[in-house]
Design a protein around this ligand. Structure first.
Ligand SMILES: *Cc1c(COP(=O)(O)O)cnc(C)c1O
Length: 476
């Protein structure tokens, strides 16, 4: 299996090389030359597998350059009991209205990013050891991504993490989650500025190619191929669990729908890959919050990213995006995998502020299975309350966006699975606003909140950051 760029300018590369590259050399995103196919018989033969075994099967179709034993060991380590203490790793729970939650937030940071990041940590360590190389991950975070990266990369050989966060702008829970880590290879840097300042610092350093090369800088952001492929696994898992109760004769081709709380279009893209690999999926329902550039695109065919200052700070903050970095992988299919038309779309966007596929809009649902909707703060609160009253379950604000939008897309005879992308413990304020209850914290979480914190305060100063990395970076 080889990977190519959506913009056509990259030599085909195998899996491990692709994920070390990050962005393709021509500025495009890596996609498989062809999606691997899973027949109904093969799918059925996976029914008795544990989650790590299933991950080995699905990821083995992409990572053909990794020896099977190594891949199996990495999947066992990524999806261990220690990382995901809940039975089965990804539990399914029915709630009211015929919906089922798919529990993707049982990992160390209580959000779905652990699902992909834990695997990425394993495969990075493996690929670096094979090449005798090192990696210094430089990132900016306003919450979930940074902590998932740190928990996946802590203690890994040949890897250090430099994570910038805006001073005083994260919740107490988010700060504690990141800053309580004591591993020597994790560096939390609190910048005197806002999230955009952190991101600008990262961009400037990563854009300095000499500095980047000398210090082996890299990223683990949402366009990373290992993350996209690892996320496909739970769509297969959820389908298998949702069809356990269907009689054997009716299982082949039995369709389910998924609703996905979305931001950068990473999670739902993984579902789209799973569908195109042969998983019987009827609809992929994209749920957006008030920052609904993607809902707008799927309803109208017009994609108009917003400026940072037009991006609202909402109560489902991990979906607060101005542009969706993975959308290019879908556009590539939409233009029948013609790199010239992908480049043209981006040129249109640069010149006029949007690109226009309104003539193709009817294909989104019919051919690709994707529909969408928007949920607001009021919807979120009402849904958290309704689910709590009807099912006794407390859901987090992002999952609530999913449930809100899912309810508009339920079809009779088609199970609707809603991805639970975070746990409510992380978003106490909104939960209290919705139902007047505080979510009780486990002893471990309580201890985490009270633990000493390790963070370096820094001015919004590129020279200071360069100096810090020069001093602490992992070296050959
Ligand atoms: C990252 C995140 C999302 C959005 O996922 P994308 O892959 O960016 O679409 C949704 N919910 C939570 C809790 C997240 O952390």
């Amino acid at each position: 299996m080889q990977f190519i760029s959506t913009r056509g300018g990259m030599q085909p590369l195998p899996y491990c090389d692709t994920l070390l590259e990050g962005l393709a050399t021509d500025g495009g995103l890596a996609v498989p030359e062809q999606l691997p196919q899973v027949s109904a018989e093969v799918l059925e033969s996976w029914r008795e597998l544990t989650y790590p075994q299933l991950a080995t099967e699905v990821l083995g179709l992409y990572a053909t350059d990794i020896a099977r034993d190594d891949l199996e060991r990495m999947c066992q380590a990524a999806y261990s009991n220690e990382n995901f203490p809940t039975e089965g790793v990804v539990p399914l729970r029915p709630i009211d209205g015929g919906l089922t939650l798919v529990g993707l937030s049982e990992g160390p940071t209580l959000a779905f990013k652990d699902m992909a990041m834990q695997f990425l940590g394993q495969v990075l360590e493996y690929a670096l050891a094979q090449r005798g190389s090192v990696l210094n991950v430089l990132g900016a975070t306003s919450g979930d991504t940074g902590s998932a990266a740190e928990y996946a990369l802590r203690g890994k050989d040949r890897i250090s993490v430099f994570m910038l966060s805006p001073q005083g702008r994260m919740s107490a829970f988010q700060r504690a989650q990141m800053y309580s880590l004591t591993d020597d290879n994790v560096f939390n840097i609190a910048v005197d500025g806002v999230f955009d300042d952190c991101q600008t610092l990262v961009k400037n350093l990563a854009g300095d190619l000499d500095f980047k090369k000398t210090h082996h800088l890299g990223a683990v952001n949402s366009i990373n191929l290992a993350r996209i492929t690892a996320q496909s696994v739970y769509y297969f898992w959820a389908w298998l669990r949702a069809t356990d109760a269907v009689d054997t004769a009716s299982r082949a081709g039995f369709e389910v729908s998924f609703t996905v709380p979305s931001g950068n279009f990473g999670n739902i893209l993984s579902g789209y890959f799973a569908k195109n690999m042969g998983l019987p999926v009827r609809r992929l329902v994209l749920a957006a919050n008030e920052n609904n550039v993607l809902d707008e695109f799927f309803r109208t065919g017009i994609y108009r990213p917003r400026a940072a200052e037009q991006t609202l700070a909402t109560s489902s903050p991990s979906m607060d995006i101005s542009k969706a970095s993975n959308l290019e992988r879908f556009i590539y299919d939409l233009v029948d995998r013609d790199p010239a038309r992908v480049v043209q779309a981006w040129r249109d966007l640069d010149e006029q502020g949007y690109f226009d596929f309104s003539s193709q809009q009817s294909r989104f649902a019919d051919e690709f299975g994707i529909v969408s909707g928007t949920s607001t703060h009021a919807d979120r609160l009402a849904t958290i309350q309704a689910v709590y009253e009807a099912s006794g379950e407390i859901i987090d604000p992002h999952t609530a966006d999913g449930v809100t939008v899912a309810r508009h897309h339920v079809e009779s005879g088609v199970p609707m699975l809603v991805l639970e992308t975070a746990k409510p413990e992380k978003f106490q304020e909104t939960i209290t606003e919705a139902i007047g209850v505080t979510v009780s914290l486990s002893e471990e979480l309580q201890a985490m909140l009270e633990a000493p914190q390790h963070v370096v305060d820094m001015n919004n100063d590129e020279q200071a950051l360069r100096g810090f990395i020069e001093q602490h970076a992992a070296t050959l």
